[in-house]
Every structure is written in C-alpha cells, then in structure tokens.
Design a protein around this ligand. Structure first.
Ligand SMILES: [Zn+2]
Length: 283
C-alpha cells in the first residue's frame, strides 16, 4: 500500500510537477503575450501621440501664421494714412486769425474790419493791438528799438504799390504781361496781400530800416524771430519755405495768428499754410 501509495504519490507529484511545468509554460506564454500587447499598446500610444503632436504643431503653426498675418496687417494698417473720407474744411470756415490770402482766394474789396490807429499813425485790426503793444514793450525792455514801417493797407494803396512795381519793370523794357508777373514776385497782387487783413506788419530795426536780407541780422529781428510767437505773431515768409508760401524771404514781415497757432508754427518750424493743412482746411 505504501509502495502503491508511494507510486501514486510519486505519480501525483509527477503529475503535479507536470501540471506545474505546463502552468509555468502557460504563464510564460501569457507573460510574453502580455509584454507583446503592452509593447503594441505603448507603440500605438506613442504613434498616436506623435500624430496628435504633429497636428497640434500644425495648428500652432497655423495659428502663429494667422497671428503673424494679423499683426502684419495691423502694422500695415497703422502706417497707412487714414483714408480721406471727410472733405477738406472750406476756406470760408477758417477762423479770422488764420485766414490767408492768395491768388486762389483774393479779396475783391476792402474788408469790414474794426481798425485801431496806433500812436505812429499806422492802423491794425483792433483785436491784436494789446498783444502787439506787449511785444513792443518787452522788446524795448531789452534795449531794442523796433519800428513799424507798414501795417494795414487798403485795396487802393496795394494797387498803387503794385502799379509802381509794374511800371518799373516796363521801364526796363518788359511788356505789360511780363512786367505784371515780375512785379508779383515781390509785390502782392491787390487782393492777395495779408496787409489787407489788418493782421500783418512790417517791422524793422531803427538802426537798419532797409527791407533786405541783412535785416535778419539786426538785434530787433533776432529778438522778434525768437520771441514774437509768445505774443501770437509769426515770421510769415521764412527763408526755407519760399516753395510753400510762394513769397520771397521777408525777415521783417510779421503776421498775427494768435498765441496757440503761433506757438505750434514756431515750434514745428512750419508755415501758416502747413498749419492750415494740419487742421484740414482748404485754402
Ligand atoms: Zn509786409
């Protein structure tokens, strides 16, 4: 019994052993399959994530391109001048102190201005007298002697000045048409002189009363060119702006435009024409 038991036991053990071996093999196979499955899954996940990454890269790039395009557009838009949808403001709407006269907008008769006669007999628009007086007072405090040699002009006076200039050119052999265009280069055609507005003054130094380029070197002009804007006056026809004003350099001709405009014109080194353009006026 023992032996048969022993045999049975042995057999059982063997069977047991057989079972264990088979189990082990199965286990190994399972492990291998599991490993393969895990590897497959990992590879799949990596592949998938790579595809996704590429996609997201594409999306980011697309987004970046979009942003770049938008920002480029924004930059381009901001540097481009605003489209002119509004018409220029009419000449008639220019405030009295900024009005300019030219061949396009001459006056045909004397304006109805309230003039004030100064002690020296010259007349000027009543609205600018106080500032003109303050400017002269302050110049005199500096030991200077400014002298007015021209101010408001009536149409008839401007006509006489112009005729005189025309005649001097005719005397030199020019015909009427030539003489008129030559005269217009330094004497305003009647109706186009800003002296007719009552806002322009010719001011010289008592020690040099000649109306020529040397006038700019006199102490009076040096002071006026640096300070007149504080009183609302500008040097109306500067040397380097002849192409804009159409008038030769006149280092004696001052024009009232008001303190605000004068300050900007002085600081930006521009002309009344350029200032009006900035404000959107047609002239
Ligand atoms: Zn003048």
């Amino acid at each position: 019994m023992r032996s048969s038991n022993g045999y049975r036991n042995y057999k059982r053990r063997r069977r047991g052993f057989g079972y264990t071996r088979r189990n082990n093999l199965l286990f190994a196979e399972l492990i291998i399959m599991l490993v393969i499955v895990i590897i497959f899954v990992i590879v799949s996940i990596v592949k998938l994530s790579n595809i996704k990454k590429k996609d997201s890269d594409k999306t980011t790039k697309a987004a970046e391109t979009k942003v770049a395009a938008t920002s480029t557009q924004a930059v381009e838009t901001s540097t481009l001048p605003e489209p002119t949808t509004q018409a220029l403001k009419a000449f008639d709407e220019i405030p009295w102190n900024l009005v300019i006269l030219n061949t396009k907008h001459p006056i045909t008769e004397d304006l109805n201005i309230e003039l004030e006669t100064l002690k020296n007999g010259y007349r000027i628009d009543k609205r600018v007298v106080d500032e003109l007086q303050a400017m002269f007072d302050d110049a005199r405090k500096e030991g200077l002697s400014p002298v007015i040699c021209s101010s408001y002009r009536e149409m008839s006076y401007q006509q006489r000045l112009f005729d005189k200039a025309v005649n001097s050119f005719k005397a030199k052999g020019h015909n009427q048409q030539e003489a008129e265009s030559l005269a217009a280069t330094d004497t305003a055609i009647p109706g186009t002189s800003e002296h007719q507005l009552g806002l322009a003054l010719d001011i010289v130094d008592i020690n040099n009363q000649m109306l020529n380029d040397d006038q700019e070197n006199t102490p009076v002009q040096q002071w006026l060119m640096a300070n007149s804007y504080k009183y609302g006056f500008i040097l109306r026809y500067p040397k380097d702006k002849v192409d804009i004003t159409g008038i030769m350099y006149e280092p004696w001709h001052y024009r009232y435009v008001g303190k605000e405009a004068a300050k900007e014109i002085y600081e930006k080194k521009i002309t009344l024409e350029e200032y009006l353009t900035e404000l959107g006026y047609e002239y």
